[in-house]
Design a protein around this ligand. Structure first.
Ligand SMILES: [Zn+2]
Length: 281
């Protein structure tokens, strides 16, 4: 059944979709003038003008320089207003906390770091992370926070933002990481496995929205982020790419997760330090 309200809702959704698409085209540099946007999207001139005006009013886009002329009057370029808002980032590692903030283009503006053992548990760790953020932001210019991103060194159920049986994070299973950040910054927060975020960062660095790659991180632990056609493959319980605790042949090395023969118990950073210390004794 079609009613007036579903029709209106449908039209509104199209409007939002084309608005977002236009903002993203400018943000990624794929199309930066109104005529280019028309060519790429196939939208009519009137619609493009209307959407661009909306995006400017909402603070996403601004007018830039005049572009190259193709005969007639040179079209004005548009620029993404990345300085209008701030993204808070918080990378929780096995042995450190790194916090920072970026503009909306994702470039980190300032960051702070401290050593920290994530095994101290979620309450103490999040308190330490918040203190580090307060310290970082106390001298920063006031800007609206648009979102918060938190990376953790273990599998995450992305829909809830909760760690799922993380092997090296005792006490973190099912912990609600998102809410304290959402309450502190009054902005949506996303939690993901740290290597997934690194893989997404690599996708952005390559400017390839459809990248196929495996990003492998070897820190104190070992993990991998899998991108297929630009999409993160998370797997059941976010465990895809969690290769650090896969058993390798012919090893009986005790892992910090409690099992024996894990890949990281052989080749992770902490295992290399263990071997080096044994060698010099
Ligand atoms: Zn293990």
């Amino acid at each position: 059944m079609t009613t007036d309200s579903t029709l209106r809702f449908g039209a509104q959704t199209d409007e939002v979709t084309s608005l977002l698409r236009i903002v993203n085209l400018v943000r990624t540099g794929e199309a930066t003038t109104r005529p280019e946007i028309g060519r790429v999207t196939g939208l009519g001139r009137g619609v493009v003008t209307q959407r661009v005006d909306q995006a400017i009013q909402m603070g996403f886009l601004g007018d830039g320089e005049f572009g190259a002329s193709s005969g007639g009057r040179a079209p004005r370029t548009l620029r993404f207003q990345s300085e209008r808002g701030r993204i808070i980032v918080c990378a929780l590692g096995a042995l450190h906390i790194r916090v920072g903030y970026a503009e909306l283009d994702g470039d980190i503006v300032e960051q702070k770091h401290r050593e920290w053992d994530i095994a101290r548990g979620p309450a103490e760790t999040l308190k330490a992370a918040m203190e580090l953020l307060d310290d970082l932001l106390k001298d920063a210019e006031e800007k609206p926070v648009w979102s918060v991103v938190i990376g953790v060194p273990g599998p995450v159920d992305f829909s809830t933002g909760q760690p799922v049986a993380p092997p090296i994070m005792p006490g973190w299973n099912g912990f609600d990481i998102r809410t304290p950040f959402e309450e502190r910054f009054d902005a949506p927060a996303w939690v993901d496995n740290d290597v997934n975020l690194l893989a997404l960062g690599e996708r952005a660095r390559r400017r390839d929205a459809y990248a196929d790659l495996i990003f492998c991180k070897i820190g104190s632990g070992i993990g991998a982020g899998l991108l297929s056609q630009g999409r993160i493959h998370r797997g059941a319980n976010g465990a895809a790419g969690d290769i650090g605790h896969v058993r390798v042949p012919d090893s009986d090395a005790l892992c910090r997760c409690g099992k024996v023969g894990c890949l990281e118990a052989v080749a992770g950073g902490w295992a290399l330090i263990r071997d080096a210390e044994l060698a010099i004794k």
